[in-house]
Design a protein around this ligand. Sequence first.
Ligand code: ZN
Length: 246
Amino acid sequence: MSHGPLPNHIGLYGHAVGEGSLGAFRDCLARFKEMGYQFCTPGELANEPDGRWISLSFDDNYRNWTDLMAPLGELGVSATFFVNTLPMVSAGNPGEIDAYYDRIEYFGERLPLTWDDLLDIEAKGHLIGCHGHAHWPLSRVSFDAAAVDILHSKSLLEAHLGHQVKDFSFPYGMRRFFSRRLRTFCHNHGFTTIVTGIPGLQYGRKDSLWLHRTPWDFDSPIDYNLENLLVDGRIFHAVSGRSAVG
Ligand SMILES: [Zn+2]
């Protein structure tokens, strides 16, 4: 594992950010801005623009994302929200919503976004991407079931937002939960960016259809998170097929 300077182009992601972590969240954004980073969409990051850039994104579906709007707005930062649509169409079906949060092992406040929340997030300058409908491990269901889940989610988002949705984050983020065939399928069905959750690969050339993101833990100190970013796991990953970060 070698350490160098921080990469110029960074994909970061998180999930829910609890109320107690909002201060740490704000500090983290401020620190990156002090270091000269600007914020962009995943598609823009894949083009490796000159300078230092971060694409910050969030996965799943949490009502408490609306609490991020104030710190993001205050610091002028735009983020991307990759949304599962099942929790929104299952409003009024607590069993399905519980099963969804069980699947993603989230035991905080189990409140999904509403469609109005989503429109509001977009109106504040953020990008909405697709994270599939139900958060299935897509490589472990049939290809047809995975295809239906992805397209159902994409079309629901597009119907509510009134425009195309072109950015996709596949559930669970690791290589073993997706496939080359599904990647081609997504590309053929209008997705121009596919992001992973594979950490330790921020130094490589960017590929818009396989764009790596390192998780950011807002409950841990900034320096711990920066250490994770400094890991250059390219060799480890190529040899082991596993992630270099725990
Ligand atoms: Zn997820």
